[in-house]
Design a protein around this ligand. Structure first.
Ligand SMILES: Cc1cc2nc3c(=O)[nH]c(=O)nc-3n(C[C@H](O)[C@H](O)[C@H](O)COP(=O)(O)OP(=O)(O)OC[C@H]3O[C@@H](n4cnc5c(N)ncnc54)[C@H](O)[C@@H]3O)c2cc1C
Length: 428
């Protein structure tokens, strides 16, 4: 199978809910058990839906503070003016219709030994299994001067919401000939290709509306996902508008002055911006820390065959919060992990063996309308580790006809529609 048709097959699999090895459908034995899922994003909503599908008698409760979830995937297209804001929003009625109890609240504390979770409403829920998919939190002040107040002037826009809308307004208000500076962290962080897709999408917007403007990317590393493809695409589509500076060339930013909209690098160079986008280092969402499942890295170690945490039995963690390398911190990966964890929990509660664990990922990036690229991989659990299956997956070729880039842009659109329906169900 060619790389692209293999990738199309992976997408179909994800959209149809099939994993590489189909676990058994478990029904009666788990009827009296309760699973509480914290976080209604890609990992959590998927786990809730697939738990209810696999074990309809199970009581499944989803705890999420927002009435509507806005996705980071495609938020760069919103910055470019290619998507409107509401097209990124997904409600929870599809989950309710599937028989899942959705509670609009935040989880505030977890008692792993007593098996309860306390909510912001003051209610305490008992659970037999707990699934945490809280996404990431920013490490405020890991870059000197970059805290929550600074993010109001120099947005990270790395959680889709008011930050993303603020960055869009700033780009719209920027004069032609201005400079957009992005600060990019070292690994690991949410969505490895995301900053580079954002650079392309901002360049697309500038090309239409502010063609004399410049984009400077200050990066704390020398290599990044799909690097050669991004460098080639930026040049071909936007000429010299996008400049990327890696670690070796003093790209690492050490401090941020949000009032002055300037940053200082490791070797003391100061760069001033008209619009400053700082993506700071990150860690697992704080509720994971409260639950006692985080290690010294700030992330959650998990068993690769089930995504049960290694620290507290009965608590599972998914998505960006976890240490799941070589899988990237992506929506595709979180959705896949949600399905596997659901299968593992349903089997375990029914006293059946765990199904074999296999996972896949594809990350599409859009560089301009009709110009898409991607990277894909297949993973499995082997001797307590996640490994990338040798010879699996692939990356878009460097030498490609425009028709291939156009096809990948269309696959990306189809992927977004498919994964949204797979995660939150079809909305009425
Ligand atoms: C700009 C950008 C572009 C991206 N593009 C892509 C892409 O094209 N493809 C791709 O695969 N991935 C992409 N990603 C990555 C993707 O957004 C994440 O990997 C994905 O959202 C991770 O899912 P998650 O379930 O771990 O966390 P999230 O989807 O962030 O969900 C976390 C949820 O938990 C909730 N929560 C947090 N704490 C609590 C609590 N205490 N109680 C209750 N609820 C809580 C939050 O409100 C949130 O709804 C992109 C990311 C960015 C920033």
């Amino acid at each position: 199978m060619s790389t692209l048709s293999r990738r199309a097959a992976l997408n179909k699999m994800a959209a149809s809910g099939l994993t590489l090895a189909m676990p058994v459908l478990v029904r009666a034995q788990s009827a009296s058990s309760r699973v509480v899922v914290v976080g209604g994003g890609f990992g959590g909503a998927t786990a809730a839906r697939y738990l209810k599908m696999r074990a309809p008698g199970l009581r499944v409760t989803l705890v999420e503070p927002s009435p509507r979830f806005y996705t980071c995937p495609f938020s760069n297209l919103y910055l470019a003016g290619l998507r409107d804001w509401e097209s990124l929003g997904h409600g929870f009625d599809g989950l309710r219709a599937a028989g899942i109890e959705v509670i609009q609240a935040a989880a505030q504390d977890v008692d792993g030994a007593g098996r309860t979770v306390t909510l912001s409403t003051g209610d305490k829920l008992a659970w037999d299994r707990l699934v945490l998919s809280p996404g990431v939190d920013m490490r405020w002040n890991a870059l000197a001067g970059y805290d929550e107040a600074a993010a109001q002037r120099a947005p990270h826009a790395w959680k889709a919401g008011p930050q993303t809308q603020l960055l869009r307004r700033q780009l719209q208000a920027m004069p032609d000939g201005g400079s957009f500076v992005m600060v990019i962290p070292d690994n690991p962080f949410r969505c490895p290709p995301g900053p580079y897709e954002r650079a392309a999408m901002v360049a697309h917007y500038f090309k239409q509306h502010k063609p004399r403007s410049k984009i400077l990317l200050l990066d704390a590393k020398d290599n990044f996902s799909k690097k050669a493809l991004f460098l080639q695409g930026w040049k071909a589509l936007y000429g010299d508008m996008v400049e990327w500076v890696g670690l070796a060339d003093d790209g690492r930013v050490m401090s941020v002055d949000a009032q002055a909209l300037s940053v200082e690098t490791a070797f003391g160079q100061v760069h001033r911006a008209d619009v400053l986008n700082v993506i700071p280092p990150q860690k697992a969402g704080w509720i994971a820390q409260r639950a006692g499942v985080v290690d010294a890295s700030g992330w959650v170690p998990v068993k690769p065959e089930s995504f049960e945490t290694t620290r507290v039995p009965g608590i599972y963690a998914l998505g960006d919060a976890t240490l799941a390398a070589p899988m990237p911190k992506s929506a595709f990966a979180a959705n896949m992990q949600g399905k596997m964890a659901a299968a593992a929990i349903a089997a375990e509660l029914a006293g059946q063996p765990l199904p074999p664990a296999a996972y896949a990922n594809t990350c599409y990036s859009l560089l301009a309308p009709g110009y898409g690229i991607s990277v894909a991989g297949v993973y499995r659990a082997q001797q307590g580790k996640l490994i990338e299956v040798p010879g699996s997956g692939g990356i878009s070729p460097l030498e490609a006809k425009p028709a291939l880039r156009a096809a990948e842009a269309a696959y990306g659109d189809a992927w977004y529609a498919a994964i949204s329906a797979d995660t939150w169900g079809r909305e009425a």
